[in-house]
Design a binder for this molecule. Sequence first.
Ligand code: SF4
Ligand SMILES: [Zn+2]
Ligand SMILES: [Zn+2]
Length: 308
Amino acid sequence: MQSGCSKCGKPAVYLRRYTSERLCGSCLVQTTLDRVRRTINRQKMLEENDRIAVAISGGKDSAVLLHLLHMIESNYPKSELIPVTIDEGIIGYRDKALKAAKELTKSLDLGLEVISFKDLFGHSLDELVTMRTEKSIGACSYCGVFRRRALNEAAENLEANVIAVGHNLDDEAQTVLMNIMRGDSRRIARTNVPRSRSIEGLVPRVKPLGELSERDIVAYSHHLGLVYHDVPCPYSGEAYRNDLKPFLNDMEHKRPGTLLAILRSAEAMTEAFLTSPIDWSLITCERCNSPSTSNICKACKMLEEIRG
Ligand code: SF4
Ligand SMILES: [Zn+2]
Ligand SMILES: [Zn+2]
């Protein structure tokens, strides 16, 4: 990149397209930190004496999440970061990512809690996938439902009062469109519930990287040489979101700001849903007592289907 940093004039290494900023390495780090701080404050995601369970996958998003939270939370001595990895049991993938996660947390002088599907549900994801009778349900659907449950249980056991996940702007925009395309727009509100309105029985989940694009995250982690595992999951071909990725990338390239606009629309929809007279209260699953939209929760239904 030939021109200088828009902030300080030093040689730029990165162009943040949606803000039209050219950034040198140190301004890239500083503006990323500022952006995440703003997101946290705007949505009141964290409080100063939180025990924060940080979901660490071993990939770049969670590496950047932990790195940024580590800097931000150093100003709040009463808060605590508790990195947690959910080991779904995907041979050749999660085991390698777990190594990267351990290295990363060690470099920041933090421990790492590891909780596996096998321990919690009796089966690894690889086993669940071979056992499924409902072939139309993709591996990622099982993975998503059980990972969410596992993370909630882990956070409860560790007495964390909030869970931070590394979903980025690209992920969020894909999820919004996916829900619309599946005719499930109410879910947009369910997955974006602000912490202040969190559902009883569930540890609130916050997404501090929700306004950072995947490009921003790659640039940040490369600049700082963060340790992460970058091989795609063997099941990722089954993911619905992968079909949307090229379309959204193309739109963002042609019209920078598209992803952020989708996120803002989702926030407006969430607000409209949550303030509408619709009854959002959940019932309790008859089998496991978790909050659920139906008598038997999705995780229990999936386990029943698999165990036959
Ligand atoms: S790609 Fe699918 S199966 Fe693999 S980790 Fe992600 S959600 Fe789970
Ligand atoms: Zn600069
Ligand atoms: Zn249940």
